[in-house]
Design a protein around this ligand. Structure first.
Ligand SMILES: Nc1ncnc2c1ncn2[C@@H]1O[C@H](COP(=O)(O)OP(=O)(O)OP(=O)(O)O)[C@@H](O)[C@H]1O
Length: 250
């Protein structure tokens, strides 16, 4: 599905958070949105998720206006937001309750996606028995289980320690390669954006707008060592400079 935003604006009362956002994400793309704190990254994602309405402009999926949340858009937040009293498998199944699937297909999907995220052995565990990284894997499995056309992630690894974060970054890239799902991810971490995305969108502040777009001209194969290459350093510096140049002056 093609995601298209045309002249999108968002205001909260007199606060203009986003203005004139034009953005197209093609099927199968991996796009990251970066920007200084307060540039409106999370707000932008919530408009695409259908959690809040735009004040102006249109958000469409294959030409159909987004009017609310839908199973074709999977959402993952920083906190994972798992149900504490449901097991790992039940948490993944929960996302499927709105889909008209026979019970056997439902169970098969839960198993498939738990295997994909490497958590099948922990299907019966409760969230409190998992590490932070494992919890985020469950949240990703829950979103993927609906087989969304677009996976929307808001700082999904922001609360993890460095090593777990790196593992999860490699994991997400592999999921993207395996499933072909379109991925749109918000992060304040420029290094993460350059490591993962094919294209990085830089939001500027006051109001939030697309300040720049940087194609990530790195090979598709991206082991962590790529972060030590000159090409990676150059791209990271370019994006960091753009974020800084477009910070709020208030
Ligand atoms: N529900 C709301 N009501 C009023 N103002 C809001 C609401 N949500 C966000 N804002 C304001 O919109 C602006 C952008 O917030 P948003 O969370 O989208 O930015 P962000 O780029 O994701 O920031 P961060 O990187 O710090 O998470 C901020 O000034 C924030 O206070």
């Amino acid at each position: 599905m093609t995601l298209a935003l045309r002249d999108v604006g968002k205001e909260y009362g007199r606060l203009r958070v986003l203005d004139g956002i034009d953005l197209t994400v093609a099927p199968g793309e991996f796009v990251c949105i970066v920007g200084a704190s307060g540039s409106g990254k999370s707000t932008l994602l919530s408009l695409i998720a259908g959690l809040a309405p735009a004040t102006r402009g249109t958000v469409t999926l294959d030409g159909e206006p987004v009017t609310g949340p839908g199973p074709e858009r999977g959402l993952v937040f920083q906190s994972g937001a798992l149900f504490p009293f449901l097991t790992v498998a039940e948490n993944v199944a929960f996302g499927l309750r709105l889909l008209p699937l026979p019970r056997a297909d439902r169970a098969a999907r839960v198993e498939w996606y738990l295997r994909e995220v490497g958590l099948l052995p922990l299907a019966g565990a409760l969230p409190k028995e998992l590490s932070g990284g494992q919890r985020q894997r469950v949240a990703i499995a829950r979103a993927l289980a609906c087989e969304p056309s677009v996976l929307l992630l808001d700082e999904p690894f922001g609360a993890l320690d460095v090593q777990t974060k790196e593992d999860m970054q490699l994991f997400l890239r592999q999921v993207w390669l395996d499933t072909g799902t379109t991925v749109l991810m918000v992060t304040h971490d420029v290094e993460e954006a350059v490591l993962l995305a094919q294209r990085v969108i830089v939001l500027g502040c006051d109001p939030g707008r697309v300040a720049a777009e940087v194609p990530v001209t790195l090979p598709a194969e991206r082991p962590l060592e790529i972060k030590r290459t000159a090409g990676f350093h150059a791209l990271r510096s370019t994006v960091e400079d753009l974020v800084r140049a477009n910070m709020s002056t208030r």
